[in-house]
Ligand binder design. Sequence first.
Ligand SMILES: Cc1cc2nc3c(=O)[nH]c(=O)nc-3n(C[C@H](O)[C@H](O)[C@H](O)COP(=O)(O)O)c2cc1C
Length: 208
Amino acid sequence: MKKEEAEVVMRSIETLRSVRSFKPDSIPKETLDRILRAASMAASGSNTQPWEFVVVQDRDVKARLKEPMWKKWLERIGGGTGMSQRMKETYDEATEMLRNSEKVPALVYCCLDLNRIGRGEEVRYASIYPAVQNLMLAAHAFGLGTCLTIHGSTPTRGEPEVKKILGIPENIKIACLVYMGYPSRRYGRPRRRQIEDRVRYEKWDPVA
Ligand SMILES: Cc1cc2nc3c(=O)[nH]c(=O)nc-3n(C[C@H](O)[C@H](O)[C@H](O)COP(=O)(O)O)c2cc1C
C-alpha cells in the first residue's frame, strides 16, 4: 500500500464515530452491496464465514421491530442515576435513536449461523465482530454513519420477538444491530483515552 493510501485508511479508522442522528435519505443498493461485500472480507474462525445479514428498510417493519427493543430498553435504563453528564448525553442520544428507529434508513441485523461455527462463545462472537467493524468502516468510506448496538441480540433485549417478526430461523443468532444512514450533522473525532498508558511491552508492568 502506498503512503497516501495508508493515510486514507488511517483517517477512516481515526474518524469513525457512532452516529445516532440521520437524514431520511435512503441508501443506494450498489452502496449497500459494496458495504456488505466489505463485511464479508473479514476474518472468521477457520474461515467459516458464519455471518448472515438482514437489512431492513421498510418503515412499517422497522416500527414493528422497534416495539420489543424499546420495551426492553426502557426496562433496563431505569433512571440513569449515577451517570456522568457525558454518559447521560450518550444514553439520551441512544434512547432517541431507538425511539426513532423507523426513521433510520437501514437497520442491519448482523447474525451468526450457529450451524456454521463452533460451539465456543469466544469463537462465535470473534467471528462476527470483525465483519461488523468492516461494515461500519466501509459505510463510513461512503459518507454513511453507523451505530453498533446490541438491541435484539439477547432474550433480555427482544431477540425472540425480533426473530419472529423477521422470520429468522432457530439456528440463526442475532449478534448485534447496526443503525445506518447519512449523518444529519458533522461529528468530531472520537474521544479515547491515551493508548500509551494501556500498552505494555514484553511483560505486564504494574506502574505503566
Ligand atoms: C457492545 C456495544 C454495544 C453498544 N450499544 C449501544 C446502544 O445500545 N445504543 C447506542 O446508541 N450505542 C451503542 N453502542 C455504541 C457506543 O455507545 C459507542 O461506541 C461509544 O459511546 C463510543 O462512541 P464514539 O465512537 O462515537 O466515540 C454500543 C457499542 C458497543 C461496542
